[in-house]
Design a protein. Structure first.
Length: 340
């Protein structure tokens, strides 16, 4: 994108985020920062509209940024003042540093996110049952079933009844167990799924039904404990984006039932680090096109997976919200990891 186009797009986004109103070319020209006539600005805005960065509401000659335009702004044009992080860290540290225990820390982090952003703060924590498989033993139960005893790297034992290969003796089951341990010991769940699928494709062991049952277990192992803390939902009711009944009803349902939000959380958990922003239609939350979600994972002990962030209007000041989420995630990571 040309520098002039980027500059005008950035000005339109900043003006829209500040007022929520469509932005006209004359308003930008009157500000004097662009040094361009209204006609020149209007031509560029028309080109940005053709590129899908801006849109024209039916009721106004001005333009508003689309989700694509906001995404370009967040990824390319937005600048965050480094001094913001220094001030934020002092605030966040002051509120979180003396929390008595993990859950108290996470609840305070939720409240802090809501307080600093004036949106709904959310902290999700999931205790994974395990990370890797230690060993597997096949114990005969009947002529049709065996008990797969799966011992994890943290000493947890999970049991699953699976298909017994036809006419298999205990000695043969022992041999299959040995092969499975050679194949799967030390693997995480993703590696287990890949290796089991490869083994089924080759069918070297001639125990396809047993392997299919094991893969079904790997697709949905016993889950560990999980909690989600939410704070500040009431603040959203004061914002015009949440005046639409369907929007607020859908949001409250998503918070209550969690499944839609967990879809986003799992995407963030798969990231190595950093803040992830879901703008408007990008998150696919039903009836919530005017909502954005800003999330970041935080690091806990080896069996803890955590994500935190905020839910707010699509018209949020991302350059202010993203550092808040990032700083809170980093501070929670430090405290959980005992690095203070």
């Amino acid at each position: 994108m040309k520098d002039r186009h980027e500059h005008i797009l950035g000005e339109v986004v900043r003006a829209y985020l500040g007022t929520g109103q469509p932005v006209g070319s004359r308003k930008l020209a009157d500000q004097g920062e662009l040094g361009l006539s209204p006609a020149s600005i209007r031509n560029v805005m028309a080109e940005l509209e053709r590129q899908g960065m801006l849109a024209s509401p039916h009721t106004s000659a001005g333009r508003v940024p689309t989700d694509t335009g906001l995404r370009y702004f967040v990824d390319t044009l937005m600048a965050v003042d480094s001094n913001i992080n220094q001030t934020l860290e002092q605030k966040v540290a002051g509120h979180l540093s003396d929390a008595p225990g993990r859950n108290a820390l996470l609840k305070r982090a939720t409240d802090e996110l809501a307080s600093l952003t004036h949106f709904a703060g959310m902290v999700w924590v999931r205790e994974q049952g395990f990370d890797r498989i230690n060993r597997i033993e096949l114990v005969p139960v009947s002529s049709e079933k065996v008990l797969a005893v799966i011992v994890t790297d943290v000493g947890e034992v999970q049991n699953r009844l699976i298909a017994r290969p036809e006419e298999s003796s205990e000695a043969q089951l022992h041999e299959i167990s040995q092969r499975l341990n050679e194949l799967l010991s030390g693997c995480n769940l993703e590696e287990v799924r890949v290796r089991l699928q490869h083994e089924m494709d080759s069918d070297r062991l001639k125990v396809r039904h047993l392997l299919e049952d094991l893969k079904r277990w790997a697709d949905a192992p016993t889950e560990g404990q999980s909690d989600m803390f939410v704070s500040g939902q009431g603040q959203l009711l004061e914002m015009p984006e949440f005046a639409v009944v369907d929007t607020i009803r859908s949001l409250m349902t998503a918070i209550e039932e969690k499944e839609q939000l967990l879809h986003l959380v799992k995407q963030v958990e798969s990231e190595e680090s950093g803040v992830k922003v879901f703008i408007g239609s990008e998150h696919a939350l039903v009836n919530m096109e005017q909502i954005s979600v800003v999330l970041s994972r935080y690091e806990g002990p080896s069996n803890i997976v955590g994500t935190l962030g905020v839910i707010g209007p699509r018209r949020m000041h991302y350059e202010r919200v993203m550092p808040i989420v990032d700083c809170t995630a980093k501070w929670v990571s430090k405290m959980l990891g005992g690095k203070l």
